[in-house]
Design a protein around this ligand. Sequence first.
Ligand code: PXL
Length: 286
Amino acid sequence: MTKKIAVINDLSGFGRCSLTAAISVLSAMGVQACPLPTAILTAQTEYPSYYCDDYTDKMEYFRSEWEKMGQHFDGIYTGYVASVAQINQIFRFIDTFDTPDTFLLVDPVMGDDGQTYSMYTPSLLKQMQLLVQRADIITPNLTELCLLTDANYQNITQMKDSDELFSTIQELGQQLCKTGPQNIIVTGIHFQKEDGTKAMGNLLINRESASLFSFPYVSGSYSGTGDLFASCIAAGIARGDSISSVIQLAGEFLELALLDSVKEHVPCNDGVNYEQFLCHLGTPHF
Ligand code: PXL
């Protein structure tokens, strides 16, 4: 049976992020995406100008209609949220559809590179912290991990010793594991390898241990890469891949897309050239 994931995210015309990323990645990985749009935007919010049609009031229709249909999901996957009201709608959705055989992946989208996105407010963070506690797996970048744990981003990114850096991040992640998700993948950690080369790491943290997946560093902070990564993880879990193998697969997929985007001088707001590499995601990895 084809696995099914409810994807709660916005639809942005430009930026190759949110639902655009999720629907294409899930489909390429053989998983059905059931989109619940939180907003429809002409382009993601980092562009200098965009128009946003907010769907918060429509979210309840999706929940109640899907309940009437008797739908069941193998996974629920949430991404960018524009407001506290949207997170409250997500709680209602989870109360209806998060059964014991459903996993909940929360990508706590709030910022990047030490900066928060324009929708961020302290009350949104509080509500996101509660949502994270309900999740089975979360995929924060380092900025979002620091927000969730009230840690100092500057102090952490200034650490030169990568052992110290990773053990600090592991401790923060395990702090979150105590009250919530069994697995945390901290994405986009910049560090220096022993041979002095720059690298980009994803750290998988659970209550007992942590493991690092490292990839060559590619310059530039592109829109949607976090969404593409989380989408790979959601689809991988649904189709039965091990978490480690799907982190590796997602990292290789993003590396190809990033290298091509740098070569083609793609503007960061446009997101990465990933479409031609979707075919790499097709085979399950156990
Ligand atoms: O990729 C995260 C994201 C998703 N959706 C919208 C955004 C952003 C990041 O800025 O603006 C609308």
